[in-house]
Every structure is written in C-alpha cells, then in structure tokens.
Design a protein around this ligand. Structure first.
Ligand code: HSE
Length: 402
C-alpha cells in the first residue's frame, strides 16, 4: 500500500488527483499494491470538489503521518515548495514534482537530501510536460556521451509563435489566447522572457553532463522581440522562428548552454513542432539524433508524468533509483559567444552599408517593408565578430540561424 499527499491543488495538482482516481485500479495493478490519495494540501477550500474531504491546510499533518509514503509537490516556485520538499524528504517520504524552478535552482541539494534519507526525488514532469525525457536521458541513453541537446521547451511561446506564423496574429493577441487556454504560467513573464525554457534546459543539461547548471549561468532571451516582420522574412527563406534551449558540449569538453529565438530550417523536424507541443533532440555519440515529441504543457499530460513518478516511487520504496547529478561551479559552462552560426539581422540600413560591413550577406525580402528596412542572413561567425560588424548599423532584430 502506498499513500500519497498532493501539495497544491492547482492545474497540475488537480490533474494528478483525477488521474490517480480515474486510473486507480490500473495503477495499483502495475505497482502490485494499492496507491491511494490521502491528503491534498492547499490554502483554499474546495467545497464543491469531489476531493473536498481530502483537503487539509496544515503541512505538519502530512509530515507527521507515517502512512504517507509519497508527497507530490505541485505548488510551484522555490520558497514554500522548497521548505515542504525538504521537510518531506527529511521525514523519509519520497517527493515527486513538476516544479522546474525548484529543480533548476536547488535540484542538487534536494537530490543529496533524498539520498541521505534513502528516498526518491523524481521530476519527470518538470521538463516537457507529458513527454518522457528525464528517465530516457538518464537511463536509455546512458551508454552515450551526450554531445548536444536542442529543444522547444516552452509550450506557451511555441503556441504564440505558431499563431503569429500561421494566422498573422500579433504577439499580444497570441499571448491572450495562450492564457485563455491555460498554457501560460500565472505570470507569463516566465514564459515569454524565456525563464521557463531556461530552467528546463538547465535540468536537461545538468542530467546529461553531470554537473548542476544554474539558471543564472544560462544567457536567456525570450520572444518579446520577435515581430511579424521577422516572421515574414524568415518565411521568405524557408525558415520558422522557434525559441530554442540549447546545450552543446564542445570538442574541448567545455559546455555552452543558452536560450534564444532561432531561425530554423523548414526541413528540420523542429520547424514542424507547432502549437503547445514541445520537442527535444538529443545527440548521443552512439545513437546520433534522438527526438522526443509531445504535449509540453497542460493539466493531464503533466499529471501523466507526475503519476508515473508516483508509481516509480511506490515500486522502488526502500531501494530508490537516483536520477541525480554532481555539484555546480563557475567552471561548468562557457558563454555562447564563441559558438559560430549564421545570423539573421533586420536593420535600418542600406544594402550598401550592409555589404560594406559583412562578407556575402544573403538579402531577404517581404511585402510591405518600409523604406530603409533591410534584412539579411550572414555567413557563419561568432557573436563577437557579428557585433563588430553591426556597430555602424541600426539592428532591430538579431537571431541565430540553426
Ligand atoms: N508554461 C509552461 C509552458 C508550462 O508553456 O510550457 C509547462 O511547463
């Protein structure tokens, strides 16, 4: 018998309760023991919910109840969620989370605490919603040296970009739709400024490369600077604008990790990933490219990943399998400036000025471009070289080309 407590009855927490109830017999059969929801902790009351009798307001009850084996943390944020996670682990309970902020900021310490208490700390739902990526990366691809990870890691921004590309919606109109559909974080800044994607690439890169990579070490640019003009220029050269989280192991062993909008070739499978879907390409030195694709946000897809971890924690009680990594440090990453790529630039400058600053630019065209606006793709170069060349121009948008 495994008894479960859910912390936070929001979108994901309520999805977890529903999946545990709807699929109860199937879950218990697979775990070879009943898995029962005992408590739901929230500051609010939910008198009309079918789970009203499980709602409590005092975490101390969960902490002190020896019957509770597994705590599901779906509160979010890195304050109270961190305190309750630490207290649950110290009380000898496994913790399952969808909280990418907490894992990205404090994963190493929490995993150490889980080891010290011989319980699990599992976080499959923290990246890619319902997409299995954490366990495949750690276990199924274990024989590989991972060379690179490149992913569309945020459903809200992918939805916004898709609506801009497909329907010509403005950024603001598309954001409103994403919020109405429940995809965006409570504060959409985390989505549109790239912080959510940053946390997710931190988790993937820490797992793949074995050292904790903190969000503050990852240069991050969101999509607020992407305009319909950029979308049109990208389209004119057969490309789509996508927000990518990337982690690259260079030949000298150094690691580059960053988040930024990119122009992705229409033939690349990532270009076909639309709406709220996420996709992650992992390049292993034995497998080559492996791609993971699915719903990266939403109540039931995310709950599916959480409940699978609950089942894993129940199955491995007393002999947990650790999905952890080593400590961080200032030497873990190097800035992406050294990474060469072609660049897309939209500037207020004449074609002549651009030809003077750049060797062999490839000019782009769009209908309705105002006089004086010029867009082009550069030859592959570092950011340092790009910035030198742009010094005499007035760039409006600058994105890497994948
Ligand atoms: N706001 C997130 C997204 C939710 O849009 O991807 C899932 O992490």
């Amino acid at each position: 018998m495994a008894k479960v407590a859910i912390l936070g009855f929001g979108t994901v927490g309520s999805g977890v309760a529903e999946v545990l109830q709807a699929n109860g017999p199937h879950i218990s059969e697979k775990v070879h023991a009943p898995v029962e929801l005992k408590y739901i902790l929230d500051v609010r009351d939910f008198p009309d919910s079918p789970f009203a009798d499980k709602i409590i307001h005092d975490f101390g009850m969960i902490e002190a109840d020896p019957e509770v084996d597994i705590v599901v943390e779906t509160i979010g944020g890195a304050k109270i969620a961190r305190e309750f996670t630490e207290r649950a682990l110290r009380a000898g309970k496994s913790v399952v989370t969808s909280n990418k902020e907490l894992v990205a900021e404090h994963g190493f310490q929490l995993m150490e605490l889980a080891r010290a208490n011989e319980v699990s700390y599992l976080y499959e739902a923290s990246v890619g919603g319902g997409i299995p990526i954490i366990r495949p990366l750690k276990q199924c691809l274990a024989a590989n040296e991972i060379e690179a990870i490149c992913g569309i890691l945020n459903g809200t921004t992918n939805y916004i970009l898709t609506r801009m590309i497909r329907s010509g919606l403005s950024f603001q109109e598309a954001l409103k739709e994403a919020q109405a559909n429940g995809y965006a974080e409570a504060d959409p800044t985390a989505d549109i400024e790239g912080h959510d994607a940053c946390r997710k690439i931190c988790i993937l890169a820490s797992l793949a490369f074995g050292r904790h990579i903190y969000p503050s070490q990852v240069p991050t640019e969101g999509i607020t600077g992407v305009t319909l003009a950029d979308v049109a220029y990208a389209d004119s050269c057969g490309r789509k604008i996508k927000l990518l989280g990337r982690a690259i192991r260079q030949k000298d062993g150094s690691l580059i990790t960053f988040v930024a909008p990119h122009l992705v070739d229409g033939e690349d499978p990532l270009a076909g990933v639309e709406d709220v879907f996420n996709a992650i390409t992992v390049k292993g030195n034995a497998t080559g490219d492996v791609m993971f694709y699915g719903r990266g946000a939403g109540k039931l897809p995310t709950a599916s990943a959480v409940v699978a971890d609950v089942m894993e924690a129940a199955r491995t009680k007393g002999r947990p399998k650790y999905l952890d990594w080593g400590p961080g440090g200032e030497d873990v990453t190097v800035p992406p400036d050294r990474l060469k790529s072609a660049w897309y630039v939209r500037a207020e400058a004449s074609a002549e000025a651009i030809r003077t600053a750049f060797a062999a630019p490839s000019f782009l065209a769009r209908a309705g471009a105002p006089a004086g606006e010029t867009a082009f793709l550069t030859q592959p170069m570092t950011r340092e070289r790009l910035e030198q060349a742009l010094r005499s121009l007035k760039p409006k948008s600058v994105f890497r080309v994948l």
